[in-house]
Design a binder for this molecule. Structure first.
Ligand code: FMN
Length: 222
């Protein structure tokens, strides 16, 4: 088999291997090196304008997990046994003229003054065209969308090294927001909870084989 064919098969095998794990083997822990690899896949993810509007909160404290279980019912079982549990936060301060955006473009992206000005103008008109100021939710949802790219990359990266995962939206936004805010984890509203993910090793294989539509049902060539 050629290298390219073998590589493609390996990647597809990882997609087949990944499933939304319901219960984790609480005795198996992900090594520090492997978990760093998963986080690195999140860090290197693309985002609109490269703004990286996310933060990865890693919830390992058992008492904190217990409190979370009560308000994140879709994660209750996973919170019990998962080796690592992440709450991905989305930034709220992503308006084109915010301090964060200006700092990010100048310091992290190292744009010259001239290109920073151009980028910010482009971002301003983009955010207007996408009607991100129409209501409070629109800008947060745009930010939150970016976090799902990091989420997906982390799930896939984990699967490629034989680590199981679960993406989780089964939580009360308001209650999780209040809990994190009361613990000082949202930097006074700079962040909001976006989506969660559990990582670890499955207790058992999935009961049913993966079901998906056929490509012909979801693809249309124009
Ligand atoms: C954004 C998102 C949120 C999800 N939330 C939950 C959840 O709260 N609890 C859960 O058990 N599964 C959750 N799932 C898992 C889906 O139900 C699962 O991915 C889907 O049924 C396809 O199955 P598979 O991932 O095993 O292939 C979520 C998936 C995604 C992508």
């Amino acid at each position: 088999m050629s290298d390219a064919i073998a590589k493609k098969q390996e990647i597809l095998d990882a997609f087949q291997f990944r499933f939304a794990t319901k219960e984790y083997d609480g005795d198996r822990k992900i090594s520090e090196e492997d978990f760093k690899f998963i986080l690195e896949a999140g860090r290197l993810s693309p985002s609109s304008y490269g703004l990286e509007p996310w933060k990865f909160l890693i919830i390992q404290n058992p008492d904190f997990r217990e409190r979370l279980m009560k308000i994140a019912t879709g994660a209750a079982r996973q919170l019990r046994g998962a080796s690592h549990f992440i709450i991905i936060l989305a930034r709220t301060d992503v308006k084109f003229d915010s301090e964060y955006i200006i700092h990010h473009i100048k310091t992290i992206q190292q744009a010259s003054d001239e290109s920073a000005t151009m980028l910010l103008q482009s971002l301003e008109s983009f955010q207007h065209r996408w009607r991100l100021f129409e209501n409070e939710r629109a800008l947060l949802d745009w930010s939150s969308k970016q976090t799902y790219i990091a989420l997906a990359n982390m799930l896939t990266a984990a699967a490629q090294i034989g680590i199981d995962s679960t993406p989780i939206e089964g939580f009360s936004f308001d209650e999780v927001n209040s809990l994190l805010e009361s613990e000082g984890l949202l930097d006074n509203g700079t962040f909001k909870p976006s989506v969660m993910a559990a990582f670890g090793y499955r207790k058992e294989d999935p009961i049913r084989p993966k079901t998906r539509k056929n490509l012909s049902d979801i693809v249309e060539w124009v």
